[in-house]
Every structure is written in structure tokens, then in C-alpha cells.
Design a protein around this ligand. Structure first.
Ligand code: ATP
Ligand code: MG
Length: 300
């Protein structure tokens, strides 16, 4: 890595569940990337930004040690690393710049489908396989349940069948992997999303200026993803009822339609999704030509 103190260094996952969305996020912010296979570093062509492509487990430590300025990582990995580092007396400071809208998952306890389970007390004295021993211990301690931790960095879901654990504590999004392994989700112990974090080391003015550019752009992309542009024609005498039905439409634009005195065009940016039911309701009120469009970017 160069020691250039003007280029912002961002660590992202090299390949895995967060990498595609991280790269899309940066691209959406206008950062032109030239990522080559097998390379640890990628330099942006049009902005003073360098990317470090690493395993997600390494990202919190790189940020906490000030090796990189920013990092994108799941809160599960962040929180686990934080607890581990605190216990070992290592540097553990960082700031969360933004909670992102991807990488959603939950860390859950799961047991064999035929195992008796009423609540977490059912796991008293049991062996639990996990890659997240600190998050698991915090949860079990808070419920006063004693257990034995079996540390596994992969294939956690096969542990009960292999006879090395009685239960597992692993990441779940749909539950399909659990089901395929004859397990059921028993309790959620942590909910996670990807976050953008910053090192606690003070940044040069040049680097801070890049962050000040990127953050509003990320905000604009997220807001755009949550919003829709809605256009429709509506009868003038039902205007208020139509507007009432539009989701999150406080100040719509109303425009005249050429050669049509009974109808107007309504345009509105909606902060919510538009459901088929709402569109059908609008149609019943006499609305027509209803269009729902995605928005690419927003700045307020
Ligand atoms: P690496 O090789 O970088 O260490 P990994 O195998 O540890 O990768 P991935 O499976 O790519 O990690 O998951 C990265 C992150 O994606 C997780 O830590 C979590 O925050 C998030 N994530 C979202 N959904 C899921 C899911 N269903 N299972 C696992 N992780 C998920
Ligand atoms: Mg990992």
C-alpha cells in the first residue's frame, strides 16, 4: 500500500456476500474502479480513493488499527471483533458513518428438528458450535445459561449431525441452509446489516474532503432506492381522493393535459413502494396511465 496521505483507503470484502454490493455502491457514488482478479489493491481512476480487497474478518481490525480509513463490513463481524479486541486489550475504536441497506442477516441459535427446545434455558450445559463465540457468550450470559462453545470457522451447520455439537449459532437469512441440514431456528441473538465504518485516527483535510463528498452520495443512492417516481392521469373532480391514496405523496405536481379539461396529470416522488392494490384503487377512482418508475439518484 502506498503511504500517500491524500488518497482515501477503503477496505471492502474481496469476494463474498458483500463484495458485489460494495462495488456497486462505490460505482454509484461516481468512483471509477479498475478491479483486477488477484489484486489486493485497486486505485480509483477519477478520485483519490484506493480500495483494499480483503477477507471480511480482517476489515474491522484494519480500521481499528488505522491501516485503512474506511471499511464496509457486517455488524456481526464488527461486533465480534470489537468484543474480542476489547478482551485482549487491543485498539478497538472506530466510528459508524452509515448503516447500509444490504447484507441483512441474523445470527441465530438453531437446533436439530427433533431436539426438545422450549427456550434458551433448554441449552443449559450443551455444546454449541459457532464462528461467533463472543456474541454467543454475551447472549448466553445475559440469560444466565451455561454452555460449551465449539469454535468452527466453517461448516457450522453440519456440526450437530457430525456429533460435535448439540446446537449451532450461525448466520441465517432465508433459513434454507438450516432446513437442508435438518435444523430449525430457535432464537435470534443478533440482527445485522452492512455498515460503513471509519477509523478513529484523525484524517488529513484532503481525505476528509473525499468523505464529505461520498457520504451525501451514499445517502442519495439509498434514498433513491427507497423511492419511486409516480405519474398518472386523474379526473379533476376526484383529485383529493386520488392524492390521499398515493403513498407518501405530500406535495404532488399537478399539470394540465393538452386538449383535456376534465383530467390532470399528477407527478409525485413517493418514499414508499407502490403496491398493485393501490394502483387498482387509483384505477377505480378513474385514474389512468399509471406509471411507477425507479429513481437512480436523489439530492434534496
Ligand atoms: P470471507 O472469505 O471474506 O471471510 P465469509 O465467507 O466470511 O467471507 P460471506 O459468507 O461472504 O463471508 O458473508 C459476508 C457477510 O455477509 C456476513 O458476515 C454477513 O454480515 C453478511 N450476510 C448476509 N446474509 C448472509 C447469510 N445468509 N449468511 C452469511 N452471511 C450473510
Ligand atoms: Mg469471513
Amino acid at each position: 500500500m502506498t503511504s500517500d496521505n491524500t488518497r482515501l483507503r477503503i477496505a471492502i470484502q474481496k469476494s463474498g456476500r458483500l463484495s458485489k454490493e460494495c462495488q456497486q455502491l462505490l460505482k454509484g457514488c461516481g468512483v471509477k474502479l479498475n478491479i483486477r482478479e488477484q489484486r489486493l489493491i485497486a486505485h480509483a481512476e477519477n478520485m483519490p480513493v484506493d480500495l483494499l480487497l480483503v477477507r471480511d474478518d480482517d476489515i474491522p481490525g484494519l480500521v481499528m488499527d488505522g491501516v485503512v480509513d474506511l471499511g464496509v463490513v457486517g455488524e456481526n463481524v464488527l461486533e465480534e471483533t470489537l468484543m474480542e479486541r476489547q478482551a485482549q486489550g487491543e485498539a478497538a475504536a472506530y466510528n459508524v458513518l452509515k448503516r447500509l441497506d444490504f447484507g441483512g442477516c441474523r445470527l441465530s441459535l438453531a437446533v436439530a428438528q427433533d431436539a426438545p427446545y422450549t427456550n434458551v434455558q433448554s441449552l443449559e450445559g450443551k455444546r454449541i458450535a459457532t464462528s461467533y463465540p463472543w456474541l454467543l457468550k454475551r447472549f448466553m450470559d445475559s440469560h444466565g445459561v451455561k454452555f460449551k462453545s465449539v469454535m468452527l470457522n466453517g461448516s457450522v451447520e453440519v456440526a450437530p449431525r457430525a456429533g460435535v455439537a448439540d446446537a449451532i449459532c450461525d448466520l441465517v437469512s432465508t433459513g434454507a441452509t438450516l432446513e437442508a441440514n435438518g435444523l430449525v431456528e430457535a432464537d435470534v441473538i443478533f440482527r445485522s446489516k452492512a455498515v460503513l465504518i471509519q477509523s478513529a485516527v484523525e484524517l488529513s483535510a484532503a481525505k476528509q474532503a473525499v468523505i464529505d463528498k461520498l457520504l451525501p452520495r451514499i445517502q442519495g443512492l439509498q434514498q433513491a432506492r427507497e423511492s419511486k417516481y409516480i405519474m398518472l392521469h386523474a379526473p379533476k373532480d376526484r383529485l383529493e381522493q386520488v392524492i390521499d391514496l398515493l403513498p407518501g405523496a405530500e406535495r404532488p405536481t399537478i399539470m394540465a393535459l393538452a386538449g383535456e379539461s376534465n383530467q390532470v396529470a399528477i407527478h409525485v416522488v413517493s418514499s414508499e413502494d407502490m403496491f398493485w392494490e393501490t394502483m387498482e384503487g387509483l384505477k377505480e377512482l378513474g385514474a389512468s396511465s399509471i406509471l411507477v418508475l425507479p429513481i437512480e439518484k436523489m439530492m434534496e
